[in-house]
Design a protein around this ligand. Structure first.
Ligand code: IFM
Length: 465
């Protein structure tokens, strides 16, 4: 989306406003991902991932941090399920490490790896917590990267085979699946800027990677329709884009930024076509795509997962390839430790925009949260995190605003349950509702975690007068 807020007529395209409350059965969850929390990446026969390699390459991750231990969730999953239960959450979104299931990415299945997730799912269900499984959250098996990774057109088939094995094992108990987490980040961070695994810097690779990721998504949906009995969707990270001024150059730059980050993923999946701006953005690097492939990418999905962190205020700037635009900062806004502006209204805007552009698809906010400075160790049993408390209140409120204007939002997942490995930032950025002392692995619920427990217990009523 590219306008400051939906024009007043936009609400006409939404369904009639509904009651200002969270619907019954709303999911209140927390989200994590395998490489960020599990640790022991090679345990019980697992194969290394691109992230294992990247983190072990000197200079790629701040302070030389790796996911070797992380939150030691691989050995503390039971304790972490108890934590979710104590918080009173009714859903937990986690990802499966592909390399634990298929150490070489394809071929021989590793039963011990599958058994870990099997136990996790059972533990969650015993605590009445709905498991929400992400099949791919960035940790591609390194053996597949050796064969070109997401640049290899065979990657869609590799992913479908992996999805098939996992769905076959867990779909009797897992009712909500997502294929990919944030494909834009993989293409942009991993293949354009090289700041994330596998660390490539290329103008030509991102469009190929995007297309293969989306083909993989479509192939996994096909597998699911043949095998699964529940629901499957895709998770994208959306950033509403607003022009820095009404100069035509800034407005056009904003349209490009929106096409690049938001519509590049949603249009092919939900409309069966790529935005035309991508050809302008990538020039000769933008390939033609076969109609049959776009058809396979746009198989109907059951819901959309939206990850929201911030907005982007965009200014035209020819020095920044390939967008010829950059994001500008407004000095007056609060920023998180990752430098992201705190802008709750952007969440309402983007949810309303999805509804207006793509129709009445059920939506889950699959990630939302903030890194703020927390005391390095908990004082007694308390960690005060007032900025995260304010962030959480405002964003849950922004979700409610979207619901009240007719958007079908069915759940909210805080990012993250635990402080964890924040990719190239290592352990320097804490997003958790629960503080982790990485020296002792002690978990302490933060004030934001306590607030979130109240929100979940009252289905959001504690926030409304
Ligand atoms: O930690 C990440 C997560 O893996 C994907 N979404 C954004 C989070 C915060 O950067």
């Amino acid at each position: 989306m590219t306008v400051p807020s939906p024009p007043s007529t936009a609400s006409d395209s939404l369904s009639a406003p509904v009651a200002r409350r969270f619907p019954d059965g709303f999911l209140w969850g927390a989200a994590t991902s395998a490489y960020q929390i599990e640790g022991s990446p090679l345990a019980d026969g697992a194969g290394p991932s691109t992230w294992h390699r990247f983190a072990h390459t000197p200079g790629m991750v701040r302070g030389g941090d790796t996911g070797d231990v992380a939150c030691d969730h691989y050995h503390r999953a039971e304790q972490d399920v108890r934590l979710l239960h104590t918080l009173g959450l009714n859903a937990y979104r986690f990802s499966i490490a592909w390399g634990r299931i298929f150490p070489a990415g394809v071929g021989r299945l590793n039963p011990a790896g599958l058994a870990f997730y099997d136990r996790l799912v059972d533990g969650l269900l015993r605590s009445n917590i709905q498991p929400v499984v992400t099949l791919f959250h960035w940790d591609l098996p390194a053996a597949l990267d050796d064969r070109g990774g997401w640049l290899n057109p065979d990657s869609a088939g590799w992913f479908a085979d992996y999805a098939q094995a996992v769905v076959r094992a867990l779909d009797d108990r897992v009712a909500m699946w997502t294929t990919l987490n944030e494909p834009w980040v993989v293409a942009d961070g991993g293949y354009l800027h090289g700041t994330l695994a596998p660390g490539h810097r290329s103008l030509y690779e991102p469009p190929l990677v995007t297309h293969n990721l989306l083909r993989a998504h479509g192939a996994a949906v096909d597998v699911y329709r043949a095998l699964g009995r529940h629901r499957i969707g895709l998770v994208v990270n959306l950033e509403p884009k607003y022009p820095a001024s009404d100069r035509p150059a800034d407005v056009e730059a904003t349209t490009r930024a929106d096409a690049y980050m938001n519509r590049q993923y949603l249009d092919p999946v939900l409309l069966g076509t790529y935005p035309t701006e991508l050809r302008t953005i990538f020039g000769a690097a933008w390939p033609d795509h076969a109609a049959a492939e776009l058809e396979a990418i746009s198989r109907p999905i059951d819901f959309l997962g939206v990850n929201y962190y911030t907005r982007g205020v965009t200014r035209a700037d020819r020095r920044h390839a390939p967008l010829r635009a950059r994001t500008v900062r407004s000095p007056r806004q609060t920023r998180t430790e990752t430098g992201w502006e705190v802008y709750p209204a952007g969440l309402t805007d983007v949810l309303r925009w999805v509804r207006a552009r793509y129709g009445a698809i059920p939506i889950y906010v699959t990630e939302n949260g903030a890194a703020f400075y927390d005391p390095p160790t908990a004082v007694g049993d308390r960690v005060e995190d007032p900025l995260r408390v304010a962030y959480l209140r405002a964003h849950v409120g922004a979700t409610l605003d979207a619901i009240a204007s007719g958007v079908d939002v069915r759940g909210y997942f805080a990012w993250s349950l635990l402080d964890n490995f924040e990719w190239s930032h290592g352990y320097s950025k804490r997003f958790g509702l629960v503080h982790v002392d990485f020296a002792t692995q002690r978990r302490t619920v933060k004030a934001s975690g306590a607030l979130y427990a109240d929100i979940a217990r009252t289905n959001g009523r504690c926030l409304t007068p």
